[in-house]
Design a protein around this ligand. Structure first.
Ligand SMILES: CC1(C)c2ccccc2-c2ccc(C[C@@H](CC(=O)O)C(=O)C(=O)O)cc21
Ligand SMILES: [Zn+2]
Length: 322
């Protein structure tokens, strides 16, 4: 597929994510070693390749769907519970709406520049209409179940239906789940960074509403505030309809919808990681991230106040471990 992403320039080195057949042993080797790969022929959600705006509006049913509205192209995730608990002055970067799919589709077709951008993000559940349910049932579950069994992944925790407007950006963040990301309509550019980038992508503190999100903007880098940005390097792929990207657990990713189509439709499959990790030294980078997260949670539980936590870690490290 022609690389329609030619206009993007990066300040950091970027290598292509391998595009392989799901029958290629190299693809399975990459998944087993928790490295990204684009599977070009998994036929995971072929029945959903026809899920365009009209089809979804017609068949998904009258239930309300979660839609985020943003004054800019960015849709940075935030944890509502951490706002009330630790950061009462936190300014939400997006507004959470609950509207029917038809209302969402109307807003998209009537959208004009200068209006807020919208991003529908809805877990697929039993409320969907029978036609959509039938498409869902005919996903390639045999391959999926065999794959997750081979890899020892946990349960499928959710499938998110994602309908984004062209230009929408999900900024750099990581998730604590294995992710098989299926592109259905339009194209998405995915930029991935390995988990050892924890000290180069500066995640917000675990207690912060933007937990797991990078404080830095890789397209407007602040090298004074985040000098580690100079050392980042990525793998990238442009996903088209039928492509399945494996985003390994704890891998940072930046995902944006390209302008060659007015909107994009994707579905992700989030799986819990393997239940018990054999503790083999040296520890994996993602295991060190998990340990750091546990330490941050413990100290917050002990000290209760963000300012106390900040002071505690400064005292622990400055002049001693720096
Ligand atoms: C930005 C948005 C809509 C959002 C808002 C508020 C809370 C959660 C989320 C959320 C979660 C996942 C995605 C899909 C994807 C990014 C992408 O495709 O844009 C991704 O990161 C992944 O599959 O892991 C997108 C979103
Ligand atoms: Zn994510």
């Amino acid at each position: 597929m022609a690389d329609i992403d030619y206009e993007t320039k990066y300040f950091f080195p970027v290598k292509p994510i391998p595009r392989l057949s799901c029958r290629d042993p190299e693809a399975l080797r990459l998944i087993s070693s928790e490295k990204p790969v684009v599977l070009t022929d998994a036929k995971l959600c072929d029945s959903a390749l026809k899920w365009n705006l009209d089809y979804l509006a017609q068949h998904i049913g009258p239930a309300k769907h979660v839609v985020f509205a943003s004054q800019c192209d960015e849709f940075k995730y935030y944890d509502e519970t951490k706002i009330s608990q630790y950061c009462p002055n936190f300014k939400r970067p997006t507004q959470r709406l609950e509207i029917t799919f038809q209302e969402f589709a109307n807003k998209l077709t009537q959208w004009n520049p200068g209006q807020e951008k919208l991003y529908l993000q809805q877990g697929l559940n039993s409320s969907v209409g029978t036609v959509i349910a039938a498409d869902f049932v005919s996903f390639n579950w045999p391959w999926l179940n065999a794959q997750t069994k081979t890899q020892g992944w946990g349960t499928l925790t959710s499938n998110l239906l994602l309908v984004a407007m062209a230009g929408n950006v999900t900024p750099v963040h990581y998730d604590e789940q294995q992710n098989l990301f299926c592109q259905l309509v339009g194209h998405k550019r995915c930029i991935l960074f390995s988990p050892d980038h924890h000290d180069r992508l500066y995640p917000h503190p675990v207690y912060h509403p933007h937990d797991r999100q990078s404080q830095a903007d890789i397209f407007k880098p602040d090298f004074d505030k985040f000098p580690g940005l100079r050392q980042i390097s990525a793998q990238s792929a442009v996903l088209g309809p039928g492509d399945v990207l494996y985003i390994p657990i704890y891998w940072w990713h930046h995902i944006s919808s390209l302008h060659n189509h007015p909107y994009t439709v994707s579905i992700n499959f989030w799986y819990k990681g393997a239940s018990t990790d054999m503790v083999i030294y040296p520890l994996l980078d993602r295991q060190k991230v998990a340990i750091m997260r546990n330490i941050e949670k413990m100290i917050m539980d002990a000290l209760k106040k963000p300012t106390e936590v900040d002071q505690f870690f400064q005292s622990l490290i400055l002049g001693r471990y720096t």
